[in-house]
Design a protein around this ligand. Structure first.
Ligand code: 1BN
Ligand code: ZN
Length: 331
């Protein structure tokens, strides 16, 4: 009997000690569900574009890259078309535009409005932010300004192909690679500077969209531009707030949930006439721009912007991973 009492006493003590020790144990941090995205793959897509050389309009590299992009999108199961047209550049010359449009359809949700994801694939013909005059006639290599947004969206396309296969894509998606975003009036031009000389491809697309009776319906659009720098910061760009506030909030909140609140700063940013501006203003589709500002430079952009230094050393897989996860979380 005495032995039994001792045994029960010992068991009681054990229970108390166990419960105390479990009280002291820290609750595990709430784990965030991370959407699938490979920064290694996005990086390789950026490198592949760089290997063509600068994708300046009218160059062989530009044409070869356009073809390669359409093949990559087709390999991911998209229906791909080229939108061709002519637009007037800063000197009044005609430029041939070639936008690349990929549709990812989900038969069960065919009637739902699409999400539009976009980036520009051309690179600027001049490094007009170079300090030395002699360097200003070089083409911009465009690792960040061009290839980074396209690289992330190619990886998004690859992830979409898996989602279509396992029936977890709930929204039809269109990916558009816009042409001639970056041929706006160069700083050395002595004539009049006009803001509508930028984004010629998206202006063409938005104008044709607005003039077509039965255009594809879009819920909203999202443009990625200069999204690969290791020290990137994406404030809430002004025109995106003006035209698409709710969607901008949705995207920045998604970034916060994933732990990327430093990268996706909640500060209001400057107004930038990027491709999203014409998608808002001409097409009437609410559209948000994720774009890197740098308030420490007088251009408002990073030091490599429109210089020969816009190369692979300013591409970070950590930043690509963050942007990629945020985009994937919207699908
Ligand atoms: C973004 C990257 N842009 C050009 N390269 C758009 C832009 C247009 C930025 C005008 C500043 C002024
Ligand atoms: Zn540019």
């Amino acid at each position: 009997m005495k032995e039994l009492k001792k045994y029960i006493g010992f068991l009681g003590l054990l229970v108390i000690l166990c419960s105390l020790s479990s009280c002291n144990k820290k609750q595990p941090a709430q784990t965030v569900q991370r959407p699938a995205f490979s920064a290694d793959s996005a990086y390789a897509y950026i490198q592949a574009q760089m290997d063509f050389g600068p994708r300046v309009p009218n160059s062989a590299a530009h044409a070869q890259c356009a073809l390669w992009l359409s093949e990559q999108l087709k390999a991911c199961g998209a229906e791909v078309s080229f939108q061709m047209g002519n637009m007037t550049d800063y000197r009044g010359h005609q430029q041939q535009v070639c936008n690349i449009i990929a549709h990812f359809s989900v038969p069960q949700y065919a009637n739902r409005p699409h999400i539009l994801l976009g980036a520009h694939y051309d690179t600027r013909p001049w490094c007009d932010e170079e300090p030395l005059h002699a360097d200003r006639m070089y083409n911009v290599p465009g690792a960040n300004d061009g290839a980074s947004g396209v690289g992330v969206l190619l990886e998004v396309a690859r992830q979409i192909s898996f989602k279509i296969a396992d029936t977890t894509l709930y929204t039809p998606v269109d990916i558009i690679f816009f042409d001639i975003e970056d041929m706006g009036t160069p700083s050395f031009y002595t004539g009049m500077e006009r803001s509508d000389t930028w984004c010629l491809g998206s202006q063409l697309w938005a104008t044709e969209y607005a003039n077509k009776a039965n255009s594809q319906q879009y819920q909203y659009g999202l443009i990625l531009d200069m999204i690969g720098d290791p020290n990137a910061v994406f404030p809430m760009e002004y025109y995106s707030s003006y035209y698409a506030e709710g969607y901008q909030q949705l995207i920045w909140r998604a970034a916060e949930r994933l732990g990327y609140e430093k990268l996706f700063s909640k500060q209001l940013g400057y107004p930038i006439v990027d491709d999203h501006y014409y998608i808002n203003y001409i097409a009437g589709i609410p559209c948000v721009d994720i774009i890197h500002y740098d308030i420490h430079n007088n251009t408002g952009f990073p030091a490599w912007w429109h210089t020969r230094d816009d190369d692979m050393k300013h591409i970070s897989k950590t930043t690509l991973q963050a942007v990629g996860e945020v985009v994937m979380s919207l699908l």
